[in-house]
Design a protein around this ligand. Structure first.
Ligand code: FES
Ligand SMILES: [Fe+2]
Length: 434
């Protein structure tokens, strides 16, 4: 099969990656003949043309996790979000919503806002000072001797933005998928008690992983490799993703501890009215999702060596620290852990076919004081270490995919969620190509 497919401009369909007929047919065939239960063929991880298809069929079509409202707490606060060829400005509005603008000046195309985050009234391009309001309308473009022109034709291009439970999602599609309404209704009640509107950013970490974005997401869907996470395994039961019959002998004791902790957590959730059931629709929805509330080892409170709280301040109106982790995986590009004392958000943003930015953000109660209520190093230690370890795993796989010796390998039973993610991915792209 093809190792690389170049792209040219044609008028076919709406595929902005503009493949000609034979290239399109070749890529479609590659997706259609995907061998179920096996890892993807190498070009899925290495071919720039497939990456272009993904930028339209996945990242140009779906809702993407962009940030949490704790990152843009006040009107006028913004973050910029870069992925593939795109750059977006996500701007908090007076009414608590967001405006999403393409970060491309309508004069000569300069990147308008260059900082990763900040606060602004109007949006001013640094090149010739064309000035846009928060809706993207061009309101000022002076130049000596210039006759007036119709500024209304040169607004910044708009994209879609929405806030659900304090999480900000963006879509550059003309008509974003409507099933996100249903997905929001699924995850909203799980995360609402953590009240992100009353959190603040304690720390944010950007890592560039030398790996395709799908390897990042695949790695996140299994704990088969959790022996490689000694810090995480102190609190996250490494039996995650297993069923009774799949538990290996060396994890039987952990499995029993997990079973008891699970029962206690469910009793506590019932008492507080917190949903905990597993909802898993990874390849049966446009926005594939898995959400649940699951127990943590040790004290069962947080991601620490003994499972004890990492911040003394409870989030929202929660009344108990011992609430495990509410964990959500949302395709295509995010996963989250909501504990009673802090929240961690993860966003994966493809740079190209072999590099991905992984952004991790730790949120604590907005009245928690660093050094008093939490120790930043302790708060971030487990997942900083885990991220470093996961980065290494992803990079090893990317290296392998680039080797002529690479061949598809079988997913194990405990990797069924990886298979579901890949199934979702191929379905979504094939539907788009059709
Ligand atoms: S390119 Fe933005 S003002 Fe000229
Ligand atoms: Fe991992």
């Amino acid at each position: 099969m093809t190792a690389s497919v170049s792209t040219t401009r044609t008028s076919r369909g709406k595929l902005a990656s503009t493949l000609d007929e034979s290239q399109l047919a070749e890529i479609t065939e590659l997706f259609a003949q995907r061998r179920k239960g096996f890892s993807l063929e190498a070009p899925f991880y290495t071919d720039p043309a497939i990456f272009k298809v993904e930028m339209e069929a996945i990242f140009g079509t779906h809702w993407l996790f962009a940030a949490s409202i704790a990152e843009v707490p006040e009107p006028g606060d913004y973050v910029t979000l870069d992925y593939g060829p795109h750059s977006l400005i996500v701007l908090r509005t007076d009414d608590g919503g967001v405006n999403v603008l393409h970060n491309v000046c309508r004069h000569r195309g300069a990147r308008v806002l260059t900082a990763a985050s900040g606060s602004t009234g109007n949006v001013v391009c640094g090149y010739h000072s064309w000035t846009y309001d928060s809706e993207g309308n061009l309101i000022h473009a002076s130049s000596p001797g210039e006759i007036d022109f119709d500024k209304s034709c040169f607004a910044l291009k708009r994209a879609h933005g929405r806030v659900v439970g304090g999480l900000i999602f963006v879509s550059i599609a003309e008509e974003p998928p409507t099933d996100f309404d249903e997905v929001s209704a699924i995850f909203g009640p799980y995360i609402a008690p953590h009240d992100l509107a009353r959190t603040k950013v304690a720390y944010q970490q950007d890592i560039i992983e030398e790996g395709n974005w799908k390897l990042v997401m695949e790695n996140n869907r299994e704990c088969y490799h959790c022996d490689g996470h000694p810090e995480l395994a102190c609190s996250l039961f490494p039996t995650w993703g297993l069923t009774d019959e799949l538990v290996p002998p060396h994890l039987e004791e952990v499995w029993e501890r997990n079973t008891a902790a699970k029962a206690a957590l469910e009793e506590r959730c019932a008492r507080y009215g917190l949903p905990f059931e597993v909802i898993e629709e990874l390849d049966t929805r446009i926005a594939g999702i898995r959400i649940s509330r699951e127990s943590l080892d040790g004290e069962g409170e947080s991601f620490s060596p003994d499972g004890r709280r990492l911040s003394k301040k409870l989030l929202g109106d929660l009344r108990d620290f011992r609430l495990g982790r509410c964990s959500m995986h949302l395709q295509p590009n995010s996963w989250f852990h909501f504990q009673s004392d802090h929240v961690i958000t993860f966003g994966a943003y493809p740079i190209n076919e072999h590099q991905t930015l992984v952004r991790t953000t730790w949120l604590v109660a907005d009245d928690a004081v660093e050094g008093v209520d939490y120790d930043l190093e302790k708060l971030t230690h487990t997942w900083k270490q885990t991220n470093i370890q996961d980065k290494a795993f992803v990079e090893l796989c990317q290296q392998g995919a680039g080797s002529p010796a690479y061949q598809q390998g079988p997913y194990m039973k405990s990797e069924y969620q990886v298979e579901a993610f890949i199934n979702w991915y191929t379905q979504r792209v094939l539907e788009h190509l059709a």
